[in-house]
Structure formats: structure tokens, C-alpha cells
Design a binder for this molecule. Structure first.
Ligand code: ADQ
Length: 502
């Protein structure tokens, strides 16, 4: 199914270790439809695409929140089932959360406290004791589930924890299974000490101690790792930071802290953008929105205050306002999916986006030209690939972003090498991709000038930049990312084994 030439067999790095993956979202979710039939949904994200084949080959266990309304009836009493259901390749161990858990652990501490803090957007930061208590309890429950799964295997096991939902899980798991190899990938930025200390006393220290339960802590880029070291130096006097060796020694154990920039399944995006259907769709989009010399811009985001959507609209409105000759020169497609709408900040942002697009279109548009076309929903990846292919410009304007995969998806789909990538310098991608036009989304005039630079860039310069980015991206795919993490883990494990033997 997913197995293609690009999916490599990297199981040898696991050294016959049982592989236990821990994430908030599950790889297969069962839901009961309106007619009563149970369906299974697999999230389209790159992480599942990359990890599912590895899980199948290793027959590992994936521990995740059982969030589907038919999840309980499709699992056994312990929350376990084999997935994919008809093929039985690996175990999914579902962890149950009640409404108060979801509100406190997920919407609360994860998304109202840690998410804004890590992105340094502190006006959205909110701490409640109840959030923190639930976060601790749920992290402990996940650690128990992972320990339980490790217990079931006879040999060694490796646990790989994902993201900011589980800052405490490694420490809990370490206490239960001291010799287990534990590592964690942190998908979002890590803040400097002055921001982390906005968490109450005791809480920010607990968070750092939790993460130091790992043998290897993986960040997107080195800057996030350096922020982590700064926080440990400032808040944990008992820990010793060894920057020369990318490590922290704490409680007689060493945690390595390194950068592993995540990527996408490049070949899959290239293929999706090259099908006959994709070519027809891209032509249709250009015929509709980029007639004659008019250019087509694209942005793709979850509606999230970290993505800089109002800042982008402000720059476009300023350009059309102050430079009227730029009107009718280009149309922007905004593919913006509502996200986390249970939270007020997100709901308000969504309304603001819709309202501002209407105002901009009313102010500058005419019967022949709509400045911004808003697609306010989730779009299939096939269609997304055609949109990326058809565009002359893509704007990624995040105020902070761990990596930003949209930038990489755009580059992968630019088969005709016509497009210019405008990329916020506050994304992990900006530190990885050379060839984009970098922007600071807070600097209105700089942003406006960069949009103009992109639109006026000659075709040969565009091609040169895009070709360079595409070449670099092909040698840095999600499979390279996975392989480098597993290779590094296996190296550290080997050293641990030989040290233990001395
Ligand atoms: P996100 O904050 O979700 O990820 P990003 O890296 O851009 O941000 O990934 C978003 C994904 O969702 C992309 O694959 C994109 O195609 C898809 N998407 C967005 N809007 C969509 C729409 N309207 N329709 C369909 N698909 C849409 C977090 C971190 C990032 C980090 C990733 C991976 O915040 O910094 O890059 O994890 O580690």
C-alpha cells in the first residue's frame, strides 16, 4: 500500500529491539457513521506515512489516544488491536481519555499553555492548575501504557515519544523501566528561559526534568536545542550542560540533545503534482485566476495564530493600497483549514480571517478580479499538489514555526520551476532551505517589498532558485529524517551497552 521505493527498510537500526511509539493522535481511528457502519480513518499527515511502514516491518506497538467514537468497540479490554485491521501488522494500544482529561491535558495545558509559550506568543498563554494536574495524570497514564507494552516483550525495547503533549512521559517511563531506551521528537520550537519561566515556579523545572528522562531529545533545529540548554542551565542547578557534546548530565544519566530537521515524502508530492489530473487542475486554476500576465499566489495553513495569517493579509492590503499599479496583477488563493475551533482564540481568528478577506475583496476587487480567494476547508493532498504546482508565489509567514512543511510541499510540487517561495525567517525551514526570499512578517514594509520582489523576479532567477531548493529537498526527505534518528539512537544504544559491560 504505502510501500514504494522511497520507503526504506531501516529496521536493522533497531537491533531486534521492540519499537514502541507514543503519540497523541492515533494512526487509525474508528468512527461510527450516520448509517451505523464503522469506518476507519487514517490521518493523511507525513508522520503516519513515514512511520506506518516501519511499524509494520518491526511489528511494534503504537500507543495513542483512542479518540474515535467507535474505538472502544474495535479494541480489546486493554485498548489493544492489530492494525491495519484485516492485515494484522502491528499493535495499536489505545489510551482512554474522558472529557475532563481532554479539556485539561489537550485543550488546556498542551494547547493553551505550552503551544503559545513555545511559539513565544505569550498573549495567548493561559495557565490553570487543573490543566497541569490533568497533563501530569495523562502523561503518567501514557507512560504506564508504554511500560506495559515494553513488559510484554522478552528482549530490549525502544520507546519513541512524539511532541509537546508528553513533556513528562519520559521521566515517568524511566522510573518504571530504567533500562529502556527512550527518545523524543519535539515538533515545535523550544522557548528561551525568559519565556519558559512564565510557567509557575515548580512547573517549568518539572517540564525540563521530564524531558531529561530521555536518552536522546530531538529538536527540529539547533537553535531550539540551544534554548533548551539555556533553560536547563538557568533552572536546574543540579544538571550539567555539556554543549561541546550536545548533552546534559542529570541524576547520573546523560541525555543527548540534537537537531533532526523533519521533512516530507518528496516523491509522493512530486508524483501527485505530475498526474494527468493534476496537470489539468493546475491549468484550470491558472485559466481562472491567472489570465494573461496576472500571477497566482498560494498560502496553505491551519488557521492558527502562529501562522501569521493577519500579518500576511496586512502586507497584501498595504501593497494594494500604497501601490495601486499592483492591483489586478495577482490573485491569492488562501487554503486555510479551521483548526482547534473549541478554543476561543482559534474561533475568533477564523472569523477575523473570513471578515478581513471580505473587506479586502470589497475594497480592492472588481467584477473582473477577486484579490483573495479563500478556501476555508481541508483540501485533499492531490488537490493541494495541483494548487502548489499552479502557483507563481507561495507565502509562508509564520511568526514562529518548528519546521513548516508547507514550504517543503510547495518546493516538491513546483515541477515547472516557476514559483518563488516567500518564507518567514522564523520557521525551521528558513534555516534549512537556501533559495527562498526570506521575510520578517512583523516588518510591514519589508514584507510588502518582498512580495513585490517575488512578483517581479525574472523567470531564469526563479528557475535557478527553485532548482537549487528541489535538489536539496530530494536529499533530505522524511525517510532520511527517520533513518538519521534511528541510526543515532542505535549508536547511542550501542555505547550504553558497551559501557554497561565494562
Ligand atoms: P503544523 O503546525 O500543523 O505542524 P506544518 O508543518 O505546516 O504545520 O504542517 C501542516 C500540514 O497540514 C501540511 O502537511 C499541510 O499540507 C497540511 N495542511 C495545512 N492546511 C491544510 C489545508 N487547508 N488542507 C489540507 N492540508 C493542509 C507541526 C509544527 C511544524 C512542523 C510539523 C512537523 O507546528 O512546525 O513542521 O509539526 O513536525
Amino acid at each position: 500500500m504505502l510501500a514504494g521505493s522511497r520507503v526504506r527498510d531501516i529496521t536493522h537500526y533497531l537491533n531486534d529491539c521492540k519499537f514502541i511509539l507514543v503519540s497523541n493522535r492515533e494512526p487509525y481511528e474508528h468512527t461510527r457513521g450516520p448509517g451505523g457502519a464503522i469506518g476507519v480513518r487514517q490521518p493523511a499527515g507525513g508522520l503516519v506515512t513515514a512511520l506506518d511502514p516501519t511499524m509494520r516491518r518491526t511489528h511494534g506497538t503504537w500507543v495513542a489516544w483512542g479518540s474515535g467514537n467507535a474505538d472502544r468497540e474495535t479494541s480489546d479490554a486493554a485498548g489493544r488491536l492489530q492494525v491495519p485491521l484485516d492485515e494484522g501488522h502491528y499493535d495499536l494500544r489505545r489510551v482512554w481519555l474522558d472529557e475532563a482529561d481532554v479539556n485539561g491535558y489537550y485543550h488546556g495545558f498542551s494547547n493553551r499553555a505550552l503551544w503559545p509559550l513555545c511559539h513565544m506568543l505569550i498573549q495567548h498563554f493561559e495557565f490553570r492548575t487543573e490543566f497541569w494536574e490533568r497533563y501530569r495524570a495523562v502523561n503518567l497514564r501514557f507512560a504506564h501504557a508504554a511500560a506495559d507494552e515494553a513488559e510484554r516483550c522478552s528482549g530490549r525495547a525502544m520507546a519513541w515519544i512524539h511532541d509537546y503533549h508528553f513533556a513528562l512521559a519520559a521521566e515517568y517511563l524511566r522510573a518504571m523501566r530504567p533500562s529502556l531506551f527512550i527518545h523524543q521528537f519535539w515538533h515545535i520550537p523550544f522557548p528561551p528561559p525568559d519565556i519558559l519561566r512564565l510557567l509557575p515556579s515548580g512547573t517549568h523545572e518539572a517540564l525540563l526534568r521530564g524531558l531529561l528522562g530521555n536518552d536522546l531529545l530531538e529538536f527540529q533545529i539547533d537553535r531550539h536545542a540551544q534554548n533548551f540548554f539555556d533553560c536547563v542551565e538557568q533552572f536546574l542547578p543540579d544538571a550539567h550542560v555539556d554543549r561541546a557534546n550536545d548533552a546534559v548530565v542529570f541524576r547520573d544519566r546523560e541525555a543527548r540533545v540534537e537537531a533532526f530537521p523533519i521533512s516530507i515524502d518528496v516523491e509522493r508530492f512530486e508524483q501527485m503534482a505530475s498526474t494527468p489530473d493534476a496537470i489539468v487542475r493546475a491549468r484550470t486554476l491558472r485559466a481562472r485566476y491567472a489570465r494573461g500576465t496576472r500571477q497566482l499566489g498560494v498560502c496553505v495553513d491551519r488557521i492558527d495564530y502562529t501562522k501569521g495569517i493577519p500579518e500576511r493579509m496586512r502586507a497584501l492590503a498595504t501593497l494594494w493600497d500604497e501601490q495601486p499599479t499592483m492591483r489586478e496583477q495577482f490573485t491569492f488563493i488562501f487554503v486555510c483549514t479551521p483548526s482547534r475551533t473549541e478554543l476561543r482564540a482559534y474561533h475568533e481568528l477564523e472569523q477575523d480571517v473570513v471578515q478581513t478577506v471580505m473587506e479586502i475583496n470589497g475594497r480592492f476587487g472588481n467584477t473582473d478580479w477577486t484579490p483573495i480567494v479563500l478556501i476555508n476547508e481541508n483540501v485533499d493532498s492531490d488537490l493541494l499538489a495541483s494548487v502548489y504546482r499552479s502557483a507563481d508565489v507561495c507565502i509562508v509567514s509564520s511568526l514562529q514555526d518548528g519546521m513548516n512543511l508547507v514550504a517543503k510541499e510547495f518546493v516538491a510540487c513546483q515541477i515547472d520551476e516557476r514559483g518563488v517561495l516567500l518564507l518567514s525567517r522564523f520557521t525551521g525551514s528558513a534555516e534549512e532551505i537556501a533559495g527562498a526570499v526570506l521575510i520578517n512578517p512583523f516588518n510591514v514594509d519589508g514584507f510588502v517589498a518582498a512580495i513585490r520582489t517575488a512578483l517581479e523576479m525574472p523567470a531564469d532567477e526563479r528557475q535557478k532558485r527553485m532548482r537549487k531548493m528541489r535538489r536539496a529537498l530530494r536529499s533530505s526527505t522524511i525517510f532520511d529524517w527517520l533513518e538519521s534518528i534511528l541510526a543515532r539512537s542505535s549508536e547511542i544504544m550501542a555505547v550504553q551497552v558497551s559501557d554497561a559491560a565494562v
